[in-house]
Design a protein around this ligand. Structure first.
Ligand SMILES: Nc1ncnc2c1ncn2[C@@H]1O[C@H](COP(=O)(O)OP(=O)(O)OP(=O)(O)O)[C@@H](O)[C@H]1O
Ligand SMILES: [Mg+2]
Length: 454
């Protein structure tokens, strides 16, 4: 794998290129190309696929930021680590907003460069594993082509899906609303030997308790007024297939006991029935609630939780895997262009910056809705920030450097604070000024993140 890993170093200073080359060779990278300005960097990038690019911001002819902007419109952004001057946060933030993978400050911290490189190498390995997994399940459409993602977290999830799909193991999927729980559940079913059987979703939150019981387990003739014929429930109908218990956190304790019984001995009673019914059903459950907390409060059965918990998939919110935003955006652009018979296939760099820095409380569904609306209403081929009237719109233009800071991942925030403290020689007032936040906010964050000051 190491010899297939291709890196481009784009920096106008020969000494910097040499230093980076030495570090890269140290971690075993064999294919290294160099460029001394933005223009030659771009032509090299367009000609071949790089797994990692070190990109200096200050370069003659085309500078690094323009290279980033150009690439951010491609829909297939390589992993880029930008090189900025020491303490130049706003440039680093702008680059991250344009989809850079990470940034480096001069003078270099050699260990950091090694770690970043190893991280990207690991990601590439994961990507290749996932690619071969996708090939392994040609029948599972969801699995093969619909789960988009290139962040480490998503790649790990896709890998797990491939690993657990073939067995009948019960799965619990946790994640905020709109993170893709149902999509993942369908993918597991589609890649399992039961794919010819039914995939039956039941939304436990949407149905009142008594109805939910008959919906799940069915009833005998005469079980209650109006029960005129014996009616099978979802568990019976899903025999040989998969049942998807969505919002399982909303299920009553008494129904939970019945579901537990199905999981334990594959049997249940129809309402009003005397004979147990036996079924072969795989159960996938999902929730956006904190089930562990519910167990502590006595609102969810502990034994059922342990049964479901055999295989737990936690899907992180979109704001914790921003690396997926660009690919998802282009995926939805294509999907809705096709659906609406249009050809909207790009967004401007400013638009991508806006999408990358928004917090997406409604996760992937929210992003999908925005893209769908933008495609539907746009007359142009390229979308602009105005096509995405996100709630953050009220922010003043002048506050832009503050916006990514507030929305950035914890990790980025932590790093920025550490760097600011370093520049300020440990002086918190000065560090707060650099970060453009109040001293109070800085103090709170230092405490929250447990940052040590020396
Ligand atoms: N990784 C992804 N790749 C492509 N599309 C995705 C991805 N994740 C989610 N989506 C899409 O986003 C939408 C919402 O996903 P889904 O319905 O699976 O979310 P959910 O977690 O079940 O949400 P809720 O909790 O609101 O029911 C769907 O249209 C789904 O196809
Ligand atoms: Mg759902």
């Amino acid at each position: 794998m190491k010899n297939k890993f291709k890196v481009l170093i784009a920096d106008d200073e020969p000494s910097v290129r040499e230093l980076l080359r030495n570090i890269l060779e140290d971690v075993g990278v064999l294919e290294i190309e160099e460029a001394e300005d933005g223009e030659s960097a771009l032509s090299l990038i367009n000609g071949q696929g790089f797994d990692l690019i070190f990109l200096d911001i200050k370069m003659p002819k085309t500078d690094g930021m323009s290279v980033l902007k150009e690439l951010s419109q491609s829909g297939n952004m390589p992993r880029i680590i930008v090189i900025t001057a020491f303490g130049d946060f706003s440039t680093a933030l702008q680059a991250m907003g344009l989809g850079a993978f990470d940034y480096l400050n001069k003078p270099f911290d050699i260990e950091e460069i090694k770690n970043q490189t190893l991280r990207v190498m690991h990601l590439k390995e994961l990507e290749e594993e996932v690619k071969s997994l996708r090939r392994k399940f040609p029948e599972a459409r969801e699995f093969r082509e619909q789960i988009v993602g290139r962040s480490e977290k998503m790649l790990e999830i896709i890998k797990t899906v491939g690993r657990i799909a073939p067995s009948p193991v019960t799965v619990l999927i946790m994640g905020e609303s709109g993170t893709g729980k149902e999509l993942i559940a369908r993918a597991i079913h589609g890649a399992s030997p039961r794919r010819e059987g039914l995939f039956l979703p039941v939304n436990c939150a949407a149905i009142p308790e008594t109805l939910l019981e008959s919906e799940l387990f069915g009833y005998e003739k005469g079980a209650f007024t109006g029960a005129q014929v014996r009616t099978p429930g979802k568990f019976e109908l899903a025999d040989g297939g998969t049942i998807f218990l969505d919002e399982i956190g909303d299920m009553s304790l008494s129904l939970q006991a019945k579901v537990l019984r199905v999981l334990q001995d594959k049997t249940f009673m129809r309402i009003g029935g005397k004979e147990p019914v036996t079924v072969d059903v795989r159960v996938i459950a999902a929730t956006n609630q904190d089930i562990e907390e519910m167990v502590r409060m006595g609102r969810f059965r502990e034994d059922l939780y342990y049964r479901l918990n055999v295989c737990l998939l936690k899907i992180p919110p979109l704001r914790e895997r921003r690396e997926d935003i660009e690919e998802l955006t282009y995926y939805f652009l294509e999907k809705y262009s096709r659906e609406y018979g249009k050809q909207v296939n790009r967004v401007t760099p400013e638009t991508m910056e806006k999408l990358l820095t928004y917090s997406w409380p409604g996760n992937v569904r929210e992003l999908e809705n925005y893209v769908a609306r933008a495609v539907a209403s746009s007359a142009a081929q390229v979308l602009t920030p105005e096509d995405f009237p996100l709630p953050e719109e009220k922010m003043e233009k002048g506050e832009i450097p503050l916006l990514p800071l507030a929305k950035a991942t914890e990790e980025l925030e932590k790093r920025l604070i550490k760097e600011a403290l370093e520049v300020a020689g440990g002086n918190q007032t000065q560090a707060a000024r650099i970060l453009q936040i109040s001293r109070q906010t800085l103090a709170t964050k230092i405490k929250e993140y447990g940052i040590k000051i020396d």
